[in-house]
Ligand binder design. Structure first.
Ligand SMILES: C[C@H](NC(=O)[C@@H](N)CCCCN)C(=O)O
Length: 552
């Protein structure tokens, strides 16, 4: 009997976790590309002429095809029909194609090319969409931003397809085993990707003293090539598993259009889906502006370019410290003794303090914001473990929403009060970002494992595709809205920029972010109300959201 169990690849823990590493590393690379331009919004404005509206429209385009052409729903069908390994490779190729277009759009060679002229004169609107005000292009949008948006739209199809494929891949390899931990670990690595891009994207853009934003994007493209290689290696491992088990791919859990009806009739599902779109709309779109928001609100004293703190060696040291924080916090989940656990946590905390101190000494908004996903790396698996053993998922959704509101309001009203106070501003920024990081661990760690409690296990794939689709509506709308609100609520700055009174460099770091931040806090408020409704529905209908995943 034991011999028979040992026969398949997934029965070997080493093999299972190696497969998870392949999938998670592919997602790590994709999350790096997703936010590659976020920490260099100011450089996009000063070197490519992308104002906040152009930046926001380009960033929001990532989800356009998923939302309006229903690509995510098709992705679910492709995943069912063709299986995990085919879809993984397809998503890798789609991401790479989109990213390459995106890269070309921001290169020097695009400037003045035939494509530049064509995009300047064309694609000023999409009939039908423009009338509704939902076009990813507009008249006057810089050609580079339009072409970059085309690439980012294609990339967006690939990355969301990869998201649902990786989730199903994890289920395939970990079902009945450490599935929640595997999902939490995959999310943690994805968050590390965001932290990495916050640190490295500006470094590549400013490498050698001359600014070239396309270098950062090229770095992201290379990583997506690595992601594709990871998926190809996964392909062979997965094929071997199927050969061993004799199973045909994914035939046990097919995606059917009729399943959508079943899912849509579940009130609990809708509450979670709406909470997901509201919460994530206040996080991912914010992530794209956060570095610029800090640049606009904090007073940075220029660091002497010849000093130690201005060198790339410091960047690498700081990144290594970041890895120590992540690894120590992550490993504490697996420690056998209390001494070991607290020792690792103490190491994580001390390293985090050193990381924050270095961010302050470097006077750079990007390294200050990097602690946001970093905290999520450390505590998402810890909270996932808590949900597995103690439950309380609905309560965690409520607490996460409360923290989200507090953080956005602090950024909006308290942080600007510290303008001119270099140390006070950075301390308030760090504390708020860390609390936001805790919120961003509480919600994902409790939201995603709650979905299987709301729908039949046979239609879980369709449920994730649908929830991602609903979420993508917000992820498309809010980057765009933030950009528009920024330009509308800073009319003097926009006018001064147009008339040349201030330079693009000055304009890029002088926005007042109060209005967009209040808008994001309102999203948190709506998520909080839904959280309370969900708790009440859970109590009344016995959905089991507050119960542990692992029943003793
Ligand atoms: C697991 C979850 N992933 C998502 O929500 C994806 N739809 C990625 C969205 C990113 C869009 N820029 C997560 O990362 O918590």
């Amino acid at each position: 009997m034991v011999e028979k169990i040992q026969q398949t690849l997934r029965d070997s823990a080493a093999m299972r976790w190696t497969v998870l590493l392949l999938l998670a590393f592919a997602m790590f690379c994709s999350y790096i590309f997703m936010d590659i331009l976020s920490p260099i919004k100011d450089l996009m404005q000063s070197t490519r002429g992308w104002d906040s509206t152009a930046f926001g429209t380009m960033q929001g385009s990532e989800t356009f095809l998923n939302v309006f052409i229903f690509f995510l729903i098709f992705a679910g069908i492709i995943l069912d029909k063709m299986g995990v390994r085919f879809t993984a490779i397809l998503s890798g190729v789609v991401m790479l194609v989109g990213a390459t277009i995106n890269w070309y759009a921001v290169t020097e060679s695009f400037q003045g090319s035939g494509l530049d002229t064509w995009f300047t004169n064309n694609l000023n609107y999409i009939p039908g969409f423009d009338e509704l005000g939902i076009s990813p292009f507009y008249k006057g949008m810089p050609a580079s931003a339009k072409f970059a948006a085309v690439g980012f739209m294609i990339f967006g199809c690939g990355v969301e397809m990869a998201g649902i494929t990786v989730s199903r891949g994890i289920v395939k390899w970990f079902k009945g085993r450490e599935m929640a931990l595997a999902m939490g670990s995959e999310m943690a690595l994805a968050r590390l990707g965001v932290a990495s891009c916050m640190i490295f994207s500006p470094v590549f853009a400013k490498l050698g003293g001359n600014i070239d934003v396309s270098r950062s994007v090229a770095f992201g493209v290379i990583l997506l090539l690595v992601a594709l290689i990871m998926f190809i290696v996964y392909f062979f491992a997965d094929k071997k598993l199927d050969a061993q088990t004799g199973e045909a791919e994914e035939k046990d859990d097919p995606f059917k259009l009729s399943d959508l009806g079943k899912i849509m009739s579940s009130m609990g599902f809708w509450l979670v889906a709406l909470l997901c779109v509201l919460y994530y709309s206040a996080i991912f779109p914010f992530q794209k502006y956060a570095v610029n928001m800090l640049q606009c609100n904090l007073t940075f004293n220029p660091v002497d370019p010849n000093s130690f703190w201005a060198t790339n060696t410091v960047t690498i040291i700081q990144y290594c410290i970041m890895l120590v924080v992540a690894a120590a916090a992550f490993a504490s989940n697996f420690s056998k003794t209390k001494g070991m656990k607290y020792g690792l946590l103490a190491l994580a905390v001390v390293s985090l303090i050193i990381f924050c101190y270095m961010g302050y000494m470097r006077q750079s908004a990007e390294t200050i914001f990097a602690v946001f996903p970093l905290l999520a790396v450390g505590i998402t698996p810890i909270l996932g473990n808590y949900v597995d053993h103690k439950g309380k998922a609905a309560s965690m959704l409520v607490i996460g929403s409360v923290l989200l509101i507090i953080c956005h309001l602090t950024f909006a009203f308290i942080l600007p009060m510290f303008q001119g106070n270099a140390i006070g501003g950075v301390v308030v920024a760090y504390v708020t970002i860390l609390v936001l990081g805790a919120s961003f661990s509480l919600v994902p760690a409790s939201l995603w494992p709650s979905v299987p409690k709301l729908v039949d296990s046979k239609i879980i794939g369709s449920a994730y595709a649908l929830i991602f689709w609903v979420q993508n509506i917000g992820l498309w709308l809010f980057p765009l809205l933030i950009g528009k609100v920024l330009d509308k609520t800073n009319p003097q700055l926009v006018a001064d920029l147009k008339s040349g009174i201030i330079t693009p460099e000055e304009a890029a770091i002088s926005y007042n972010y109060t209005a967009p931040l209040v808008m994001l806090a309102c999203l948190g408020g709506a998520a909080l109300i839904l959280g309370f409704i969900l708790k009440a529905v859970d109590k009344k209908k016995g959905l089991g959201l507050e119960l542990p995943n692992i029943q003793k």
